[in-house]
Design a protein around this ligand. Structure first.
Ligand code: ZN
Length: 536
């Protein structure tokens, strides 16, 4: 209560200090590229001719933006950007976690109480921001500014909902479950398909793009990276070489949409969808402050398959530059640069392809088996398994951690068994984490930790070693606490923003409170700092 009061007083003081002429922007836009490393901005700079060019030349560019926490994945990143808080506060600690009540692993946006509302084929999977513990900027906007419209679109539910939060007028994602492959929303947002979204999908069907061929945007000799790099793992039947078909070996619709998702065609489509919704909802074109969230996903799907040093990612980002350019040009024309404020960032980066970087892969299954073996030796066979969830955050069956803590010899045996796996640097106990620790890994792990959702242990891999399932087919991945996963671009553009280069340390949790400050919306729960240095 006292914090709330303090925040309200602070906000009131800030509002009084603001120049009288300054108006609330009519539109707040957050654009997130999934798996976009900070160094892409400079590595591929020669490519920019549209949106990214506008952002780096006319925006406020924060050159030292990084996530301070360990578990760098899509759910954690988008909800951090959306809420201005860290995972240990917003609770969306990972893409999936073990649900002790349901006794199964769930996705962070799963909600069995929400009915799926489809724009195509039926789905059984309801999604919402049910597990989110704090409001997003868009949630605060809806409750504090009457008439605010909230639109958020992505191929992933955790991205669209991560930016929107618990409500919104058109919150849309793509359900990629076999046999579904359709754009969706849920009863958490609307009882019926949203007319404007339905109209867009009918007018511009993504299924018309099945069978199209992904070719290079620019002449081949302009690309920095060679085609068919070592360790690439494209989806069947693609090979490492351009051009890439958006068609499987058969006419399977399933194969086609997975290949479409793993190509820049899907980002271009999402860009067109965002533009159509700006018009349909007259976002930023009324006496109100609206919100638009756009989560581009193909940088992630292409990045997992081909890695950060591939011609494919280079071309995907070149085409994202065009999609962003079209969106910014549309906002400039319809809303006016001074009347909107746009933030661009990413949810996480990515590791270089282990095969090419001298690293390797750690199978989460191996970690799990080693823990199981030690516990079985000491305590006998478990009724099901000693570890109920594996991967980078192993979780033990109920009561097992207490047994281990009571037997220090068994506990150190677990640590030794896991740390002797090649590519594992450390195994941390989550009951020993502290965000005030002098140890940066313990600090980072604490900021990702939520008791009940996170595991009992955290695996820290050696740099350039990725953590996957034993039968994982990705070329590379993310989710580690290493620089390549934590460092992301962060750029603000538009009304109220002072263009320039900024070298003070920032985190993507600073985005929401800064945009809220510009829009004069209170965010009492936000933990990020207001980026005063870039405000007019
Ligand atoms: Zn990913």
């Amino acid at each position: 209560m006292r914090r709330l009061l303090l925040a309200t007083l602070l906000l009131a003081a800030l509002c009084l200090a603001a120049p009288a002429a300054q108006q609330s922007p009519r539109l707040i836009v957050i654009v997130v590229a999934d798996q976009f490393r900070a160094d892409y901005l400079t590595t591929f700079a020669a490519r920019w001719r549209a949106g990214l060019r506008t952002l780096v030349t006319e925006g406020a560019v924060f050159r030292r933006a990084e996530y301070p926490y360990r578990h760098t994945d899509t759910c954690a990143g988008h909800f951090t950007i959306g809420t201005g808080t860290l995972p240990r506060t917003h609770g969306m600690v990972a893409d999936t976690w073990w649900d002790a009540d349901a006794r199964r692993t769930i996705e962070c946006t799963d909600d069995e109480k929400a009915q799926p509302v489809t724009y195509g084929l039926a789905s059984k999977l309801g999604k919402s921001g049910r597990w989110l513990l704090v409001p997003t900027l868009a949630d605060e906007l809806r409750s504090q500014k009457p008439g605010a419209r909230v639109v958020s679109v992505s191929l992933k539910s955790r991205s669209a909902i991560g930016l929107a939060g618990r409500g919104g007028d058109a919150v849309t994602w793509f359900e990629e479950t076999a046999g579904v492959g359709s754009f969706m929303t849920s009863s958490a947002f609307t009882a019926q398909p949203v007319a404007a979204m339905k109209a867009f999908i009918e007018r511009d069907s993504f299924e018309k793009e099945f069978g199209q061929v992904w070719t290079l945007r620019d002449p081949a000799d302009q690309y920095r990276f060679a085609d068919a790099g070592v360790g690439e793992r494209p989806r069947n039947p693609r090979i490492g070489l351009f051009p890439h078909a958006t068609k499987g070996l058969t006419d399977s619709r399933n194969d086609a949409f997975l290949l479409w998702r793993e190509s820049p065609l899907s980002d271009a489509y999402l860009g067109r969808m965002a533009i159509a919704l700006v018009d349909a909802f007259a976002l930023g074109q009324r006496q109100a402050t609206d919100f638009l969230g756009v989560g581009f996903s193909s940088t992630d799907t292409v990045g997992h398959a081909f890695g950060p040093e591939s011609r494919e990612i280079e071309d995907t980002i070149a085409r994202l530059d065009d999609a962003l350019g079209a969106l910014i040009a549309h906002l400039d024309a319809k809303v006016g640069r001074a009347n909107y404020v746009l933030a661009f960032s990413a949810d996480h980066g990515v590791a270089p392809i282990p095969l090419a970087s001298g690293g390797g892969r750690v199978a989460g299954d191996d970690v799990r088996e080693r823990i199981d073996d030690v516990l079985t030796r000491h305590f006998g066979k478990a009724s099901a398994r000693w570890t109920v969830a594996g991967g980078g955050q192993p979780k033990l069956a109920d009561g097992a951690m207490a047994k281990l803590v009571a037997q220090p010899a068994a506990l150190s045996e677990v640590t030794r068994a896991v740390e002797s796996i090649p590519g594992v640097d450390r195994l941390l106990r989550t009951d020993m984490l502290s965000e005030h620790s002098r140890d940066p890994m313990i600090r980072a792990a604490a900021l990702s930790h939520m008791p009940g959702r996170s595991g009992d242990f955290v695996v820290i891999t050696t740099p350039n070693w990725t953590m996957t399932a034993r039968n994982g087919t990705d070329g590379t991945t993310h989710s580690s606490p290493h620089d390549y996963d934590r460092q992301v671009p962060m750029i603000l553009l538009g009304g109220g923003i002072k263009a320039g280069r900024y070298d003070r340390a920032t985190t993507p949790a600073d985005i929401a409170p800064t945009l809220a400050r510009i829009a004069q919306v209170a965010m009492p729960k936000a933990e990020g700092r207001i980026l005063q240095e870039a405000l007019r």
